[in-house]
Write a protein that binds this ligand. Sequence first.
Ligand SMILES: [Zn+2]
Length: 327
Amino acid sequence: MNVGAHSRGEVRRTNVNNLLALVGGSGPRLLLFAHADEICLMVKSVSEDGFLHLWTYYRDVDGHLPTRYTPVNQPGLVVSSTGNIDGYIATASGHVLGGRPGKQDRLVWNDIFVDVGAGSAAEVEALGIAAGSRVIWSPLARRPRGNIVGKAMDDRAPLAIVTLVGEALATRDDLPYEVWLGSTIQEENGLIGAASLADEITIDLAIALDVGLTGDIPGPDKRDFPARLGACPTIVYQDSSCHYSQILSDELIAVAPSATIPIQRSIFQHYGSDGSALIRRGVETALLTCPTRYTHSPIEMVSERDLLNTVALLTAFCATSRASLND
Ligand SMILES: [Zn+2]
């Protein structure tokens, strides 16, 4: 089926490696999108004895590792020019440093490094690793009691959601939108990829998919973060970066009863999403999130039930005209 100048099933990679895929349908152009990047460390130099020194993926003004960002003592992967190289994000232990650290001691970036088991800088170079190589943590994902736990659920889980929605809609000819799926680069360091999406295609409305914050663990104030894991997708009306479309957000809620999906509503502090980059470009945008515990850690936890309910909600939304929701 041809949709305007585009063909159903068309997948396009943009110059900066965003991906756009046409699912099908006719009507206003609707984009469901999530980001493909994950938080990482960067190799800045290699020691003569083969250890990789690191800085972070973001603009650091503090000089220390953030107290609650703990990449240390994790299995990792170095993304090198020859492939993904196993390594360990490490720091010297108290046994060899002597004594206990003071309460105020915080790690600085040169306290941590990656050990790939190499004995020399030449061996590291032969692995294709150099300054500019990226390092991610890589513990194996696990599935405890209906949940999925692992690294980069932010934003792998929402990418899986939009993929499943695309598969569910791929053979339908009655969609009241021209539905596109999108994947963006460099969300984590400033919504960089999303900024050019509106230059690639004209977008009438968009739903950004990302991980959502929950307050259902020891520590957070539930007055601040009322959303819970397993209690279904969360519509975010506002975060640190913007206010999302109230109309589109309410329409997502309006479609939920017909799909028998409970829904949570939130506003988030200390949080931003690609959605704000599209709003800046004049695209009406909502933010739909999948409740996630321990965000930006190697044990991000999502609920399979929430993932499937988010798929059901989006599938129902894409098949329902806005006019019928506002009757
Ligand atoms: Zn994210």
